[in-house]
Design a protein around this ligand. Structure first.
Ligand code: NAG
Ligand code: NAG
Ligand code: NAG
Ligand code: NAG
Ligand code: NAG
Ligand code: NAG
Ligand code: NAG
Ligand code: NAG
Length: 328
């Protein structure tokens, strides 16, 4: 009898322990959800206007946080890993509170009217892999502590009002594959150290106020598949012959950016190239016959330069060509 009583007491305390434990973890789960919900609501409250779809962002609805518009949680429905409020008619500033969502892996806010500076505290999002803030009105310099953003793979800030010189810190992003600084007001020269980002597949610096020589070091970006440097930039000198080392290039656009000198024959070695845009520059000399080796080329535009001589006979071998514009 005594033994069975002890046993009963033992099992009921075990049961109690179990209940207390699961309540505790349930409530810590809820506290955690509630904390993230209030961060998001404070981010929303600092906006000037937004799409009605964000009405679901309401702290009293925190239990359903993982099904709020634009929110994606991890597999346990515990923490917010992705936030996508692209094209949501948002205007106003982005509150630094966003950087308290430490589990964020992906942040997409493109196609809105966000203005002023992007929060400099961005480096607190140490898990961030994907950041797209393109097509907004962000201004100021990108003086971020890039070295902390070790996981970043995609950085797209295309078409904002950013200025200052191109940030050097991005060269510390060892996993960066996609970098778009195009369509802003960055000035100064392209840092030669940009040639050290050997894992980069996509680089756009087009449509800025860049000057000086295009550094030959960019020829070290041997993983590069797409390169855009043209329009509004106003470079000195010409196309670096080192670009002939970019043998993975598929698309290169260097149009309308004041390039002078000859077309380097080395470009003829870019066997994967399907688009070569060099139009509207001050390029001189003959069209190199080596361009006849561009066996994958579909679009070739050399128009509006000061090139001389005839179209090389070798071009007859370019069987995939769809667009050919050599108009002087
Ligand atoms: C949040 O939801 C509660 C309950 O549904 C509602 O009473 C309140 O007005 C909502 N707050 C906002 C700001 O929409
Ligand atoms: C997580 O939340 C989503 C949407 O609210 C739901 O469909 C899914 O079943 C939940 N998953 C788990 C593991 O609770
Ligand atoms: C976007 O927001 C503005 C107010 O800031 C409003 O006038 C306009 O109708 C909204 N557009 C859409 C497509 O919702
Ligand atoms: C970022 O968003 C824009 C739309 O504003 C889109 O065109 C672009 O492809 C996106 N970038 C990436 C890397 O997905
Ligand atoms: C950069 O933009 C900011 C905000 O628009 C402005 O105050 C600053 O003077 C600009 N700096 C340069 C170098 O143009
Ligand atoms: C990068 O390119 C420059 C000039 O083309 C060259 O001198 C340099 O050694 C290269 N650096 C690396 C790390 O390959
Ligand atoms: C070339 O770029 C300048 C601005 O740098 C612009 O005014 C001009 O219209 C562009 N020309 C062509 C043919 O695109
Ligand atoms: C490329 O073209 C040039 C001139 O047309 C030719 O001499 C050369 O052998 C070609 N190179 C390759 C790798 O096909």
């Amino acid at each position: 009898m005594a033994a069975s009583n002890t046993r009963l007491a033992f099992f009921s305390s075990l049961l109690l322990l179990f209940l207390v434990n699961s309540c505790q973890s349930l409530s810590s789960h809820n506290i955690y959800l509630r904390r993230q919900a209030s961060i998001l609501v404070s981010v929303k409250q600092s906006l000037e206007s937004y799409d009605p779809s964000l009405d679901s962002w309401n702290v009293s609805n925190y239990v359903l946080l993982c099904s709020w518009t634009g929110i994606q949680c991890d597999g346990m429905n515990r923490s917010v890993v992705a936030l996508d409020v692209s094209n949501s008619n948002i205007s106003g500033t982005l509150s630094p509170a966003i950087t308290e969502l430490r589990s964020l892996v992906s942040l997409s806010i493109q196609g809105n009217g966000f203005s002023d500076e992007f929060p400099r505290e961005i480096h607190k999002l140490i898990r961030l892999q994907f950041l797209n803030i393109s097509n907004n009105l962000f201004s100021g310099e990108l003086a971020w502590e890039f070295s902390q953003l070790k996981e970043l793979q995609v950085l797209d800030v295309y078409n904002n009002n950013l200025n200052g010189t191109l940030p050097l810190g991005v060269t510390h992003l060892a996993k960066l594959k996609y970098l778009d600084f195009g369509g802003n007001y960055f000035h100064g020269t392209i840092p030669p150290s940009y040639g050290s980002m050997q894992q980069l597949k996509y680089l756009s610096l087009k449509g800025n106020d860049l000057r000086g020589l295009i550094p030959g070091e960019l020829g070290n970006l041997t993983s590069l598949e797409q390169l855009y440097l043209g329009y509004y930039n106003d470079f000195d000198g010409g196309i670096p012959p080192e670009f002939g080392k970019l043998t993975n290039l598929v698309h290169i656009d260097l149009a309308n950016c004041s390039l002078s000198g000859p077309i380097p024959p080395e470009l003829g070695g870019l066997s994967k190239l399907d688009t070569l845009f060099l139009q509207t520059n001050e390029l001189t000399g003959p069209i190199p016959p080596e361009l006849g080796n561009l066996s994958s080329i579909k679009s070739l535009d050399l128009s509006n330069n000061a090139l001389t001589g005839d179209i090389p006979l070798e071009f007859s071998g370019l069987r995939r060509l769809i667009l050919l514009n050599l108009f002087p």
